[in-house]
Ligand binder design. Structure first.
Ligand SMILES: [Zn+2]
Length: 335
C-alpha cells in the first residue's frame, strides 16, 4: 500500500454516529426474537453504509463506520474479552442504560474485537477510514474489578489485550486507529501510570494512532504528552466556546491536534462563520500542517439530521479556510 496524502486541515469524525431509526427498531425486535442473527447482521451492514454515505455526502475526508455495531463503547469490548461478566443495567443519563462489566477472572484475548468492523468498512469505502478502539484506562475505570489487586494492575492487563487488537488492526491494513480514553481527564492523579498503560497498548504498532479524550482539565494532561506514544490528540473545544484553546501552545511539536469545532451536546447547528473563525484563531497559534478538524466528540446523541448538517457546516467552513493556508496537508504513512 502507498502512503495517504490528505488535504491540509483534513476533516474527520471522532467515531460514533446516530443509528438510523429503523436500525434501533430492528435491534429491539431482535431482542424479542423477531429477527434472526443473519438478518440483524444485514441490517447492521446496511446501517454502516447509510451513515457512511451521510459522512461522504457531507464531505468528510476520513469517515468512520459510526460505531453502528456497538451499543456502548466499554460494554462492546468487555463482551469480547475473556474474564468479564455483566451486572444488571444501571441508568446513566435520561433513558440510557449501561450494563456495567465486572472482571472476575484473568483477562484473555479471545481474538479480534473490531477487525471485522474495519474489514466491512474498507469494503464499502474508498476513502481512508478511522477505526476507534476503547482504551485500557477507560475500560478499567468503567468496570468493577473483582479479580486484580488494583485498578492499575487491571489497566496494564487490559493494555496487553488492546495491544494485540492494535496489532491485528495493523495486520488487517487499518491506516489510522484512534484510542478513546474519555475517562482519562477524570482522575488526574492516575495519569502517571495511565499514560504508561496507553503506551503499552500501542507498543510496536507502526500505523497512525490518535487518542481522543473527552472534556476535562486538559492542562493536567498536556505535561504527559511528551512521553505518550501516539501522534495525535483529538480534544473538545466547541462546547466551552473555545475559551481554553491557548493550551495547545504547550503541546509537544511531534503531536498533531484533532481540533473539536462542533458541539455535540447542543442541537443548535453552528454557522459556517462560527466554525471558520474558530479554525482561523487556531491556525494563528498552532501549525495548520499538524491540524485535523473534527467535532468535539462522537455524534451519537444527536438526531441524525442534525449530526449530518453539523458535519456539512464543519466541512464547508474548513474548505473556506483552506484557500488561505499555505501548508501542505498531512500524510498518513503506511508501514
Ligand atoms: Zn469525547
Amino acid at each position: 500500500m502507498t502512503d495517504i496524502s490528505l488535504p491540509v486541515l483534513p476533516t474527520t469524525v471522532i467515531g460514533s454516529y446516530p443509528r438510523p431509526a429503523w436500525l434501533r427498531k430492528v435491534l429491539r425486535l431482535w431482542k424479542t426474537g423477531k429477527f434472526d442473527k443473519e438478518q440483524v447482521e444485514e441490517a447492521l451492514n446496511d446501517a454502516v453504509i447509510s451513515v457512511l454515505s451521510d459522512q461522504v455526502e457531507a464531505g468528510i475526508d476520513i469517515p468512520s463506520d459510526g460505531e453502528q455495531r456497538r451499543d456502548e463503547m466499554v460494554e462492546y469490548f468487555a463482551e469480547r474479552i475473556g474474564g468479564f461478566k455483566f451486572y444488571d443495567p444501571i441508568r446513566i443519563w435520561g433513558n440510557a442504560y449501561y450494563r456495567k462489566p465486572a472482571v472476575y477472572a484473568p483477562l484473555e484475548y479471545r481474538g479480534s474485537i473490531v477487525v471485522r468492523e474495519f474489514m466491512f468498512l474498507k469494503s464499502v469505502c474508498n476513502k481512508p477510514v478511522k477505526v476507534t478502539v476503547t482504551g485500557p484506562y477507560t475500560i478499567a475505570d468503567w468496570s468493577f474489578n473483582e479479580y486484580y489487586s488494583s485498578k492499575e494492575e487491571l489497566t496494564f492487563e487490559l493494555a496487553k489485550i488492546i495491544n494485540r487488537e492494535m496489532k491485528a488492526l495493523e495486520e488487517a491494513g487499518a491506516p489510522y486507529v484512534q484510542i478513546d480514553e474519555p475517562a482519562l481527564s477524570t482522575h488526574p492523579d492516575e495519569l502517571d501510570w495511565a499514560i504508561e498503560a496507553i503506551n503499552m497498548a500501542v507498543n510496536n504498532v507502526r500505523i497512525k494512532i490518535g487518542m481522543h479524550v473527552c472534556y476535562g482539565d486538559y492542562s493536567k494532561i498536556i505535561p504527559y504528552l511528551e512521553k505518550l506514544r501516539v501522534s495525535q490528540l483529538a480534544l473538545e473545544f466547541a462546547n466551552r466556546g473555545f475559551k481554553d484553546i491557548g493550551i495547545v501552545k504547550k503541546m509537544p511539536e511531534d503531536k498533531e491536534l484533532g481540533f473539536g469545532v462542533i458541539d455535540v451536546h447542543n442541537k443548535k447547528i453552528e454557522t459556517t462563520d462560527e466554525v471558520y473563525y474558530a479554525i482561523k484563531r487556531m491556525i494563528e497559534i498552532f501549525p495548520a500542517r499538524r491540524l485535523y478538524i473534527n467535532p468535539d466528540c462522537g455524534l451519537k446523541m444527536l438526531p441524525r439530521k442534525i449530526a449530518k448538517e453539523k458535519m456539512r457546516i464543519m466541512v464547508e467552513a474548513t474548505r473556506k479556510i483552506r484557500g488561505e493556508v499555505k501548508d501542505d496537508g498531512p500524510v498518513i504513512k503506511i508501514p
